[in-house]
Design a protein around this ligand. Structure first.
Ligand code: SAM
Ligand code: SF4
Length: 483
């Protein structure tokens, strides 16, 4: 930690609302998220935590008194993007300073956690580096920044971040739409040899069932209809249940399915080893649990899975898929793949291709292996040359794209349940999502936003489906939807 008075212009009063003539304006915070949905969730919680300290969110970094970059460290490119973004914000900060206004730059998230002091060394314009476990301390840290300190806070605290973070604000929930993410688990104890998460997010921690239920109830009261439970390793969830014993993710889903107003539940990201009986059974038992499962496998080769320390084989993965499919015939799967892991031969890579063919995914995310400093794989011999990695990525993506088109194609002429989310680009149009997260555009009255309606798919576009309401809503339904 380091405290230096930089002699910056500091017209911003601290604490907010302390302006001498009593005419203080709200402070404006701009939070930019990089990477996964957990970061989006954390960004919302940061904004909620800063709201009582007088901060209002702004979509424009140039207007902000505080810019928070909530970063991702999972691949090298993600980390480099942050440094170029800091460069862009530094220019805005200088422009603000020229107008006598102070802009504070904070770097949060996994890059902050992993690089700490290095960020301030590389980018002196940064005032605050705050690790992913310490967001609840933001108001206090900002007060110290305004008192002249430049701070790096990346300790893993003993206090419970979730208890200390502010609850979502009703007005903020409403502006964020009818679908929300809720972090139920953080960190990871698996230590896959390519992954930084166990180092940047720390050990696995689960939130208690009733605290999550209370958050979901608040979301439902503010008209949220769909909740996605998130965690780096979400199905390792083992939070305290109402009976005082650790609950499984399956049990948590059963509890949340009872919350009035919540019509869709999802969860991500899962590890194949943690797909237990409760969770598998929940797919058969809970109509609200969407039949769309993201289950990363990374590779189809047992040799590479062992080198990755995934702790499961290709066959284990296929068995889990088969058990899940047995619960519901309409289940569809997505996955994550890494190509070019150290030592991956052409035969290993082909095993990945055959696994993709064997499972048949709705879609999948695929990445070239990116060595992360401090992880075991970064020091392995036999690193695969970049051209080879890119070639394999293209070949894998060709197969995944073909499967994705085939998956979407089968919806032509079918009637599917669509949760209507928001107005579309055209007048009278709404946009919603199928159980498989496909976007659907449909002409429908605005009052139906937040309702699940049957839609007949008339056309398959590149990134969206087009459809028509299968049933015209009655006046009674419209009134109920608007009530
Ligand atoms: N917990 C999940 C699991 O067990 O697969 C993965 C979460 S990780 C945050 C998201 C994805 O990023 C991984 O599934 C993996 O495909 C990718 N990823 C992680 N580290 C990577 C690396 N070093 N290089 C390339 N991709 C990586
Ligand atoms: Fe990373 Fe997922 Fe492996 Fe944990 S289980 S180390 S988050 S890839």
């Amino acid at each position: 930690m380091d405290g230096r008075d930089k002699g910056r212009p500091d017209r911003l009063d601290w604490p907010p609302g302390s302006h001498r003539n009593g005419m203080s304006r709200p402070h404006r915070v701009h939070v930019k998220s990089f990477g996964c949905q957990m970061n989006v969730y954390d960004s919302h919680r940061m904004a909620d935590t800063l709201a009582p300290a007088g901060y209002r969110e702004t979509a424009e970094a140039a207007d902000a008194d505080l810019v928070i970059l909530n970063t991702c460290h999972i691949r090298e490119k993600a980390a480099e993007k942050v440094y170029s973004e800091i460069g862009r914000i530094r220019v805005l900060k200088e422009e603000a300073a020229a107008q006598g206004r102070r802009m504070v730059i904070a770097v949060a998230g996994c890059v902050a956690q992993a690089e700490g002091e290095e960020i301030i060394r590389r980018a002196g314009a940064v005032d605050l580096v705050v690790g992913s476990q310490n967001y609840h301390r933001l108001p206090g840290l900002l007060a110290r920044v305004h008192a002249g300190e430049q701070i790096v806070d990346t300790e893993f605290p003993v206090d419970d971040k979730f208890d200390a973070l502010a609850a979502p604000r009703p007005e903020a929930i409403a502006s964020r739409g009818i679908s929300a993410f809720v972090t139920v688990q953080e960190g990871c104890d698996k230590f896959c040899t390519f992954c930084v998460v166990p180092y940047t997010r720390g050990a696995e921690v689960s939130r208690p069932v009733e605290k999550i239920a209370a958050e979901v109830e608040r979301l439902a009261e503010a008209n949220v209809r769909e909740v996605t439970l998130i965690g780096q390793n979400v199905n390792a969830y083992h939070g305290l249940g109402a009976d005082g014993r650790p609950a499984t993710l399956g049990k948590l889903l059963h509890r949340l399915a009872k919350v009035p107003g919540i019509v869709r539940l999802r969860y991500m990201t899962s590890h194949p080893r943690d797909m237990d009986d409760d969770l598998i059974a929940a797919h058969g038992d809970l109509p609200a649990l969407m039949p769309y499962v993201h289950l990363p496998v990374q590779s189809g080769s047992d040799r590479i899975l062992a080198a990755m320390n995934r702790r499961h084989t290709r066959q284990d993965y296929l068995d889990v898929i088969a058990r899940l499919r047995a619960t519901r015939a309409d289940l569809a799967f997505t996955s994550d793949f890494i190509v070019g892991f150290p030592g991956e031969s052409e035969d290993d890579f082909r095993a990945t291709l055959t696994l993709v063919e064997e499972v048949g995914f709705a879609t999948a995310y695929s990445f070239t292996y990116s060595p992360r400093p401090g992880t075991p794989a970064a020091d392995m011999e036999d690193q695969v040359p970049d051209e080879e990695k890119s070639d394999r990525l293209q070949r894998l993506q060709a197969v995944i794209t073909r499967q994705w088109r085939a998956f979407n194609g089968q919806f032509a002429g079918r009637t599917v349940e669509v949760l209507l989310e928001k107005p579309g680009k055209l007048p009278g149009q709404l946009v919603g999502r199928t159980p498989y997260l496909q976007a659907v555009q449909v002409m429908a009255p605005r009052l139906l936003i937040g309702s699940v309606v049957p839609v007949t798919i008339t056309e398959i576009g590149t990134n969206t489906l087009f459809g028509a309401l299968a049933e015209q809503p009655s006046t009674r339904e419209l009134t109920a939807a608007g009530a």
